[in-house]
Design a protein around this ligand. Structure first.
Ligand code: KIV
Length: 262
């Protein structure tokens, strides 16, 4: 999948797989994988920098990582970059500046959390030729307002409100929606109600696709085991084993060998 047109055309056809990437290194793995598309998430702040929230990501930090990922993908995948904390809440000019940085860095679309109060920003970006993907449910940038990283839309009222917001995202012109940590039935209802692809994370099997953080799905984030993550590889074991072998080979003098020396 290389463009927003490929992305939109998959609605109701074949499930879309999406992974995060933050560096050129991850992007090169993804470029030669069958994973459909790539998100430079503001989770870079937590996964790469060890912060406890995503607040530390800035437009400049997101642009730098987007550029690195775009170089690694070399045009092979549809690439989305996150609008960081409050970047959609400072008015249209600030949003245009942020989108300029991300699109110049190589993104094909931007992802924006929430919708209430910045519908005009989404509409303006879309009308300016910037594809926008919404993000609802558990929106990490609102973790303080949500009272923690919790499943959203559990009551009838909360579910109805999420459906209303999802329809507002589509009405503002978004080309897709990420739905995070909502009950399976609600995710199915929202997916059925929208004509744009809905990508779930912790939203059950009935969305149009699934996104996971690269490090989580590859077992590179030891100790982080939320219910919605499946570890498709034991990356931690492989890396730990390799590091132990290196240290042992240095300690016993078997590295470098004659063949590895000039
Ligand atoms: O920042 C991120 O990694 C995300 C995904 C988890 C959807 O927004």
């Amino acid at each position: 999948m290389k463009s927003v047109l490929d992305f939109k055309a998959r609605k109701g056809k074949a499930p879309i797989s999406m992974s995060t990437a933050y560096t050129h290194w991850e992007a090169r793995f993804l470029a030669s994988s069958p994973v459909d598309c790539v998100l430079v998430g503001d989770s870079v702040a937590t996964v790469v920098d060890g912060e406890s929230t995503t607040f530390a990501a800035t437009p400049e930090i997101m642009a730098r990582h987007t550029a690195a990922v775009a170089r690694g993908l070399a045009g092979e995948k549809f690439l989305i970059a996150d609008f960081p904390f409050l970047a959609a809440r400072k008015g249209i000019n600030a949003a245009v500046e942020c989108a300029t940085l991300l699109m110049r860095a190589g993104a094909h679309a931007v992802k924006i959390e929430g919708i209430d109060g910045h519908e005009d920003v989404v509409r303006h970006l879309v009308q300016s030729g910037v594809p926008v993907i919404g993000h609802l449910g558990l929106t990490p940038q609102s973790v303080n307002a949500l009272g923690g990283y919790k499943v959203q839309g559990k009551t009838d009222t909360a579910a109805a409100d999420l459906l209303r917001q999802a329809l507002a995202v589509e009405a503002a012109g978004a080309v897709g929606l990420v739905l995070e940590c909502v009950p399976t039935d609600l995710a199915r209802e929202i997916t059925d109600a929208l004509s744009i692809p809905v990508i779930g994370i912790g939203a059950g099997p009935h969305t149009d696709g699934q996104v996971l953080v690269f490090h989580d799905m590859l077992g590179l984030n030891p100790g982080f085991n939320p219910k919605f993550v499946r570890q498709f590889a034991d990356g931690n074991k492989i890396v730990a084993g390799g590091l132990a072998s290196f240290a042992a080979a240095v300690a016993d003098g078997s590295f470098p060998s004659k063949k590895e020396s000039y």
